[in-house]
Ligand binder design. Sequence first.
Ligand SMILES: *Cc1c(COP(=O)(O)O)cnc(C)c1O
Length: 364
Amino acid sequence: MKVTVDLPDKKDLFFNNKRVIDLRSDTLTQPDLAMRLAIASAEVGDDCYNEDSSVYLLQSEVKSMFRKEEALFMASGTLSNQVALRSLTNPGDEVITHPFYHINFFESSQTADLARVTLNLCDDDDGFITVNALEKAIHKKPRGGYYAKPTLVWIENPVTSTAGRVYPIDQLREISEFCRSNKIHLHLDGARIFNASASTGISLEEYAELVDSLTICFAKGLGAPFGSALIGSKDFIKRCKKYRKWYGGGFHQIGFMAKAALHGLQANINNFYTDHENAQKLASVIQDVPNIKIYPVETNIVALELSEWNINSQEFCDKCKSEGVLLFPWSHNIARGMTHCNVNESDVLQAGHIIKNILLNVLN
Ligand SMILES: *Cc1c(COP(=O)(O)O)cnc(C)c1O
């Protein structure tokens, strides 16, 4: 059937009648026309009966991109993380991770309540776990018998809390070898693994090969409105499917969203290079401000450390907002900007100049 409809294209944001450049997060993108058409033309079925061909296509594409046995479409990165935790541990087990990572920084309550595991935190300053720290975390107390059992090592790459810095590959390899020789499952929260891969040139399958299972997200740099995936062995995905249903994450005609995610993988996979270049451009304009501290930009995140300035991050973000730039107050002293497919080079240069002028005013 031929139909004619007006589809809204991605729209600009306004605040006080001024166009706003929204750099709060790469989750804020609006689907473009091509993605809306992909959604509208999706074939769907009931995915709880394994009858949604669009979900099937997406899962097949993902498992072959990462060269793992199975992939499972999930509603969000958070649900993927919680379902993975539940599937990989028993209540009371210990999970070794870093305090900066999403499962602790944002999900410590969910982790305690839903998975009922304890987090054993390796507190390396740079956000990357070392084998030395893993060894200490595991061996610094008695194990076996009545004691907590460390059954899972959980890493994140890139590390959002350190402004998207990418794990040195040799350090990942060492962690991988350590986990394999100690027979501990290694899970990667790779919500932005596409950014890591674009930044280093290391392929998705090479990253996936080093871990037993991973989480990815479609609603970030790929520009889809929804979704995430869990990737790993057949046995792992079988357990995840059970807990996805338990947690209310089994959807029926979800092929519409699977088609959007698939479109993101096919049409937007090269956006990461542009996003990273734009983040560099944004940082280089702000870098002109004397004494400003910007975290090294390796992906699409530009984080400003404001602790030596007379302003906290919320106040700073409010000032930026009144001048037409939205940033995210990541912590008391850190304001964060992220590039994504709804902002272009001229947007980031303009935003950079606005941020720079505000900082110069704060300084004076
Ligand atoms: C965004 C993100 C998540 C959560 O994804 P949602 O889809 O927002 O729930 C988990 N882990 C990391 C590292 C993320 O960046």
